[in-house]
Design a protein around this ligand. Structure first.
Ligand code: PEP
Length: 249
């Protein structure tokens, strides 16, 4: 049976107490869920959520990571610190990091390689803005983000990378790409991955869709041949919306 990967990005929401309550509710409600499920609380809640997830199948993820391993980097959180807390996955190159905090493909690539070198599973986010889409530049933008984001990543390490296609215009806006639209961009991503790693690696690569995924649209998106899961923002903040997304089938 096909396997799916559903991840929740809690962004800058929830106190420690609120995060623990949500993590416990999700761990209980998803105990019988057959999909791979990850939750990414804020850095401040990681330690407490790690404790709350003890014995659960849910994977603990981080939303970002410093580009350096350690040192004089005020305000940053390193891969070593994340691993120490039990973090296994990390979201990298999210559009909010790229567009609000100016992260370049080169920087995202260094983070991807650092995460892999330390045994974390990165989710590399790619996606075009509305302006880029309307200018006919979707493939150029997404192709570059993939090629540059994965530069220097070996075929062996690539097996631990998940790609998340998140059209910027669909994130937090309530606008979702139609399943057909998303699937065709995922197919394009697979084509680029085939150029980089060969057809078999591209076929087995996990490509999540992200952008206003909700219980109402999850099954239709996931039914598409190239959509292998979801990266969920707003709807991951409540069990009522995240649980039915993870249990979409
Ligand atoms: C995200 O933050 O990655 C995201 C897809 O957000 P939302 O689901 O709220 O659009």
């Amino acid at each position: 049976m096909r396997s799916y990967y559903v991840a929740g990005n809690w962004k800058m929401h929830k106190t420690v107490g609120e995060s623990v309550a949500l993590a416990k509710a999700l761990a209980a409600a998803l105990a019988d869920c057959g999909e791979k499920v990850m939750i990414a609380p804020a850095f401040t809640s990681l330690a407490a959520v790690a404790e709350a997830l003890r014995g659960s199948k849910l994977i603990l993820g981080a939303q970002n990571m410093a580009v350096e391993e350690q040192g004089a980097h005020t305000g940053e959180v390193s891969v070593l610190m994340l691993k120490d807390l039990g973090v296994r996955a990390v979201i990298l190159g999210h559009s909010e990091r790229r567009h609000t905090y100016g992260e370049s493909d080169a920087l995202v690539n260094r983070k991807v390689r650092l995460a892999l070198a330390h045994g974390l599973e990165p989710i590399l986010c790619v996606g075009e803005t509305l302006e880029e889409r309307e200018a006919g530049r979707l493939e150029e933008v997404v192709g570059t983000q993939l090629r540059e984001g994965l530069a220097g990543v070996s075929p062996e390490d690539f097996k631990r990378v998940t790609i998340a296609y998140e059209p910027v215009w669909a994130i937090g806006t309530g606008k979702t790409a139609t399943p057909e639209d998303a699937d065709s961009v995922h197919a394009f991503c697979r084509k680029v991955l085939a150029e980089l790693y060969g057809p078999s690696a591209a076929k087995s690569a996990c490509i999540q869709y992200g952008g206003s995924v909700k219980p109402e649209n999850a099954a239709a998106l996931m039914a598409k041949p190239n959509i292998d899961g979801a990266l969920v923002g707003g709807a991951s903040l409540k069990p009522e919306s995240f649980v039915p997304i993870a249990k979409f089938r």
